[in-house]
Design a protein around this ligand. Sequence first.
Ligand code: DAT
Ligand code: MG
Length: 148
Amino acid sequence: MDKSLVLIKPDAIQRGLAGEIISRLENRGLKLVAMKMIQMDVALAQKHYAIHKGKAFFEELVNFITSSPIIAVVLQGENAIQIIRKTMGDTDPAKALPGTIRGDLGIDIGYNLIHGSDSQANAVKEIDLFFSADEIHDYCKDVDKWIS
Ligand code: DAT
Ligand code: MG
């Protein structure tokens, strides 16, 4: 079972889309196993987006992600990482397909509502940045017997 880190970014909270976005992911059969609202500080933002350090948009990205609270979520499920990436849609909302979160709701590449881990290795690292082990819940849903 994969786990993935999702961030509901400041623009999603500002636009009142947090519930809609979390709901779309839950509707794919993914299980919520951790969730918290925080305001990221610059140090956390720089660690989370370390891979983009040096790119032209890095400073703007850090400023944006720390500008207002976010909701950090861990979702679990078979192929969770791939399912979430496909449900998010392309990084650029202009290229994201209709039916995806960014394709339906996104406005701009810099303000694209949601982060989702892009690999198993990055998911492990990112989850560790936002959550301690005791904040991640291990539980069964009755519905699991229908989908597993
Ligand atoms: P994703 O969020 O789809 O994984 P990414 O990891 O390539 O995309 O980039 C991280 C974030 O950085 C992205 O969600 C928005 C911002 N970003 C990426 N490319 C950008 C660009 N060309 N201009 C402005 N912001 C960009
Ligand atoms: Mg990425």
